[in-house]
Write a protein that binds this ligand. Structure first.
Ligand SMILES: [Zn+2]
Length: 232
């Protein structure tokens, strides 16, 4: 997530010729590219009769099951307690906005986690000061799928002051938003640039609509794969 420059610190139905209705198979604009790629691949796998792979791709986007996180100790948060609370609050923020539970589990063993969360006093990405970033990989292998990610969150601004609770929450929600399938977005939302003086702590209406559509699209793929699997 980039910081705002120098600010302190920063069922669409399409009728086909035969009269059958076919639901749209397209992720909306604003979908994070690797999520879109796995979704598109899921439909191609389904067309080839590879139902398990299609199910796995849909579950990957829906994060079927809890997101298992491990919080690394850091110099500013040796026990990781503050970071754990921050991540849980960020997940709750998305859950409240979506009206469905985005479940996260904090693991005590890093090998059991799919997502590692670390915090750093300062950080740069490609020469820019940033408030956080996520390195991730979404994978599907046979009937299994998952996300492997490292989320890095910044704790201090350019002035070396601690980020406010609101700014830290936006940074954490922003990075979780990427894992949920959202790309960077406009300034008025969680997925926009962070202005530490005016953080956004709730997803915008358009972000909620976008993420709802992404999850609905994934559920359509899931349902189609289940139906075809049952009929095979
Ligand atoms: Zn971002």
């Amino acid at each position: 997530m980039r910081l705002r420059a120098l600010a302190c610190l920063f069922g669409l139905f399409v009728l086909v010729g035969t009269g059958f209705a076919q639901k749209a198979r397209t992720m909306p604009a604003g979908t994070e590219p690797t999520a879109k790629a796995q979704f598109d691949r899921g439909w191609r796998q389904l067309d080839k009769g590879r139902y398990q792979e299609a199910l796995a791709a849909a579950n990957l986007i829906l994060l079927n099951g809890p997101l298992k996180l491990y919080v690394e100790p850091s110099s500013t948060d040796p026990g990781g307690t503050a970071t754990k609370l921050l991540i849980q609050k960020a997940a709750q923020g998305w859950s409240d906005a979506l009206g469905e539970n985005i479940d996260v589990v904090i693991c005590t063993d890093s090998s059991a986690a799919s997502v590692v969360v670390r915090s750093m006093d300062t950080m740069q990405l490609n020469g820019r000061e940033v408030a956080g970033y996520t390195d991730w990989k979404r994978w599907v292998h046979g009937s299994a799928s998952g996300v492997k990610a490292v989320i890095t969150l910044r704790t201090r601004g350019l002035s070396k002051n601690c980020l406010s609770k609101g700014a830290a929450l936006q940074a954490a929600m922003h990075e979780l938003g990427h894992l949920l399938g959202l790309d960077d977005g406009p300034q008025n939302g969680i997925m926009g640039l962070l202005d530490p003086a005016n953080p956004v702590t709730k997803p915008s209406r358009s972000e909620v609509q976008l993420l709802t559509e992404i999850r609905n699209q994934a559920r359509q793929l899931l349902q189609a794969a289940r139906l075809k699997e049952a009929a095979s």
